[in-house]
Design a protein around this ligand. Sequence first.
Ligand SMILES: Cc1cc2nc3c(=O)[nH]c(=O)nc-3n(C[C@H](O)[C@H](O)[C@H](O)COP(=O)(O)OP(=O)(O)OC[C@H]3O[C@@H](n4cnc5c(N)ncnc54)[C@H](O)[C@@H]3O)c2cc1C
Length: 475
Amino acid sequence: MARHGVHVRCHVSVRIALEEGIHVAHSPSLERVEYRLGTILTTLVESHPDRPARPRVVIVGAGFGGLAAARALRHVPVDVTLIDRHNYHLFQPLLYQVASGLLDPSEIAHPIRTVVRHARNVDVLLAEVTGIDVAPKRVLTTGAAVPFDFLVLATGSATNFFGIPHLEEHATGLKDLPETLALRARVLRAFEQATRCSDPAERRRLLTFAVAGAGPTGVEFAGALAELFRHVLPKDFPHLDFSEASVVLVEGTDRVLGTFAPRLGQSAARRLERKGVRLLLGRSVKDVDGSALILDDGERIDASMIVWTAGVTAAPVADLLGSPASRQGRVRVTPQLHLPERDDLFVIGDAAEMEDRGEVLPMLAPVAIQEGKHVAGVIRARLRGASEPPFRYFDKGTMATVGRGAAVAQIGPIRINGLIGWLIWVFVHLMYLVGFRSRVIVFFTWAWNYFFYDRPVRLIVGTSSDEPRIRREDV
Ligand SMILES: Cc1cc2nc3c(=O)[nH]c(=O)nc-3n(C[C@H](O)[C@H](O)[C@H](O)COP(=O)(O)OP(=O)(O)OC[C@H]3O[C@@H](n4cnc5c(N)ncnc54)[C@H](O)[C@@H]3O)c2cc1C
């Protein structure tokens, strides 16, 4: 017992040192020793029968924000439950590379349990959250209810079809893994079907792919598809006439990459056109039927697939909380990232409408990550009775690729274009990717693709019934 007491005191001093950020030196080996010591002592303390109950933090969503919060709470004396309906964390910015056959899903999706396995106070729960009981403070899930003292909602966003007729039924978003794999299968299956199709009009329709929304996701996906059709698939389908294959990018405004400087948008537009993408600017989708999309001026574009990247809305977090939501479905939060009327209910990332220096922060991964870390700081400050700092977003810039070897980047007043932009894009995405193995594999895949134009994951998985997109059943 006396030995246990020594351990507990020793542990407390290590923990205080960690919490205060007192690192004698930042050598990795010292940090490893410090971490191991902390882990052993945490186990001893946690197994002590007299240990007082610690505050329970429940985080819903293991995306960028939720994961950052869970990791940052690692050394805070709380018990964390991280709930997600998937058992993996998804790196959404590279989904389009899975859809276009460049990356394998395992390179952009990582088991949550692996990512947080060093955080001994974090427990993972695979469940869908269905409601929040704010009075008894319980999260309702498809399994058991989970009690909390602090709740962090980091549920992200969903595709917004804006109520356009038949769009949800016939178009697909680019938001999650099953959708992305179905999309990849749909593209490849269309080429397989085209090889057996003797009707030229129908063959052209099969080989026409429409992308709606010329924001970063639409531009990146359209560029990647155009390269797939131009450089990779002709080798697989030598008897197909690839002049019949096309990518159409439809955008309601008159600009590509509207959130970027006009010069960068124009450069991206030129590059896309050089790759063979047909740009339809200032035109919007009015309707979709079983084999075509219909634009606002009545033009009908026969296509086998429409990918909708033109709108996102926050996942229905407002419904869960019973709070009013913004037009984008986001919930307004204070500078400390909690609801104005409840300082124990935090919302972060895409789900939160956070105003910083007079502007609502965009739905971006760095915003979610920084908010996740900040929320952990607010909880830590609350437990110590310290003042809770307001959130300030540090904008490191935005970027988008336009196919292999070219990207546009906007970093403060600096505008970068072309290969240099792409190298920065590569570096930044490798930094943010989870896991050393993924970074190495992705780096080599990109280098390989740069030199050889290869899309190695040209696999059709699942059945065609997983692909409920525009199609004619009689093909
Ligand atoms: C195709 C695409 C490309 C993008 N490209 C970029 C880019 O280049 N740069 C950039 O900065 N941002 C990009 N973004 C945006 C970025 O991915 C988001 O801003 C970021 O993921 C938001 O983080 P989050 O933590 O709020 O939500 P997410 O990362 O979306 O995580 C939400 C998590 O909550 C879980 N969840 C939701 N509801 C429930 C529920 N009811 N029960 C249980 N779990 C639930 C989900 O499964 C998910 O794991 C892109 C997004 C997409 C879709």
